[in-house]
Design a protein around this ligand. Structure first.
Ligand SMILES: Nc1ncnc2c1ncn2[C@@H]1O[C@H](COP(=O)(O)OP(=O)(O)O)[C@@H](O)[C@H]1O
Ligand SMILES: [Mg+2]
Length: 448
């Protein structure tokens, strides 16, 4: 850019100087013609002094040379000087004598411009040279440069700021939409709104209405399951009661007795499923503060659970062992957590029930109660069939049953209920498993 400025400025100044030189040449030739018409043979000395007289004001300095580069006359600041010895750019004079313009600019911004003057035979008889102070021109160029560079700097800053602004104003809403989509996938629905009318705004509105519809649909589904479960509860109780009656009343026909026993068993299974579904729908509806919570001693709670499932385990040839790890100390230390004891026992019983269900005899199920200053940790370790790595994170979903679970009956709801219960008391469930080796389920609760 700098070079371009220099180049075009010099073209301009060159043109200006040429025009000026042309005018001066005309005046000079007028003088030559005048001499020819009045006196015949021209007298160099007179010609020079007359030409100088005419052209003395045409530059800061004006010089005249003859065709043998001889210096003939000089005018400085409009005054004719008789015996000056000015600086001579010999090359310029030579070039002028060969018929073209020539100029040089000195360091203090003086322009020496030489131009040939032809006589009546079109010979380059004289050289007219003038000196111009072009420092004003350099000042203008500097100013132009300054304005251009300041402008360019400002432009770059402006472009940077505006691209930053554009990046911010597009990435921010996209992040917001992404966050909304992620929480939708966790079934956490919230309103999405962007205060803009462009495509992003439309996308936000679309996402918002999708979220609302999904939310309504899931609510509807849960409500439906809850209503159906309620409706089934009473007839199922009747079926179970009658089955029980039939089983007890039939003493002779073994075949019938077997059928009635099966009926009773299946209605028991259905009752359990309905019970689990109702429990889940209760969680879906209830806010966390609707549950009654009390400070509960966890050793006692686990002891009660092991006692209640002990018979079932024994009948399957499975041993349940509680607190072997830190024997002695555990009896002394009371470990409390803020839970609803009924629900918490239900959750632990459910996990122990799984451990029994998915183990084959003989094997051992160990329950451990550990604690840190802030947490209560309950572990249920079995030596059962285990869960494959890719299924481990899915088994806590409602109705999900692992591929190798077909050995035992179940609805796939137990773990999701446990998860809901533990999360209600601000805890979480962690599972580790090795297929065909065993499973360890860990409940972590805040200590009270
Ligand atoms: N202790 C365990 N050992 C092996 N697999 C288990 C264990 N506990 C749970 N699972 C797997 O997780 C699935 C979900 O468990 P759960 O929700 O209790 O349903 P289910 O009614 O099948 O017991 C089970 O079907 C089973 O595949
Ligand atoms: Mg289960």
């Amino acid at each position: 850019m700098n070079k371009a400025i220099d180049y075009y400025s010099f073209i301009t100044i060159e043109k200006q100087m040429m025009e000026k030189a042309d005018l001066s040449e005309l005046s000079f030739r007028e003088v030559l013609a005048q001499y020819r018409s009045s006196t015949g043979e021209p007298q160099t000395k007179e010609i020079v002094s007359l030409a100088l007289e005419k052209l003395k004001a045409s530059g800061k300095e004006v010089r005249i040379y003859d065709s043998s580069k001889q210096f003939l006359g000089l005018a400085v600041d409009g005054i004719i000087i008789n015996n000056g010895k000015p600086l001579i750019f010999e090359k310029n004079i030579e070039k002028a004598l060969s018929g073209s313009y020539a100029y040089t600019v000195t360091e203090d911004h003086l322009l020496y411009f030489a131009t040939p003057i032809q006589d009546q035979y079109y010979q380059n008889a004289y050289v007219y040279e003038f000196v111009e102070d072009i420092s004003y021109f350099y000042r203008i160029m500097d100013q132009i440069r300054y304005i251009l560079f300041a402008g360019a700097g400002g432009f770059i800053v402006l472009i940077t700021l505006s691209s930053l602004w554009i990046a911010r104003s597009t990435t921010k809403p996209i992040k917001l939409l992404l966050g909304a989509a992620q929480s939708f996938s966790r079934q956490e629905f919230r309103r999405v709104h962007l205060n803009r009318k462009d495509e992003l705004g439309m996308l936000a509105d679309g996402l918002d209405s999708m979220g609302r519809q999904l939310h309504d649909y899931i609510q509807y589904q849960k409500q439906f399951v809850s209503n159906v479960s309620h409706e089934l509860k009473t007839p199922l109780a009747a079926i179970r009661g009658f089955s029980q009656y039939l089983v007890e009343g039939e003493n002779e026909n073994k075949e019938l007795q077997k059928i009635y026993a099966h009926l009773l068993q299946e209605s028991d299974r259905l009752t359990r499923l309905i019970h689990e579904l109702l429990l889940l729908s209760r969680f879906d509806k209830a806010g966390s503060n609707e549950l009654e919570v009390e400070k509960t001693e966890m050793n006692d709670l686990i002891q009660q659970v092991t006692a209640s499932v002990g018979a079932k385990a024994k009948s399957k040839g499975i041993e349940i062992r509680f607190r072997e790890a830190v024997a002695g100390e555990m009896l002394l230390t009371k470990i409390y957590a803020c839970v609803n004891p009924m629900l918490m026992s239900h959750a632990i019983a459910n996990l122990v029930d799984n451990a029994i269900k998915y183990s084959s005899s003989p094997s051992l199920i160990e329950l451990k109660l550990e604690h840190t200053p802030s947490e209560v940790v309950i572990r249920i370790c079995d030596q059962g069939i285990g869960i494959a790595g890719d299924e481990l994170e899915r088994v806590q979903e409602r109705f999900y049953r692992a591929k190798n679970a077909s050995t035992a009956n179940g609805s796939g709801l137990g773990l999701s209920i446990c998860k809901e219960i533990v999360e209600r008391f601000n805890g979480y469930i962690d599972m580790e498993s090795e297929i065909w080796e065993g499973t360890t389920v860990t409940i972590v609760l805040p200590r009270a």
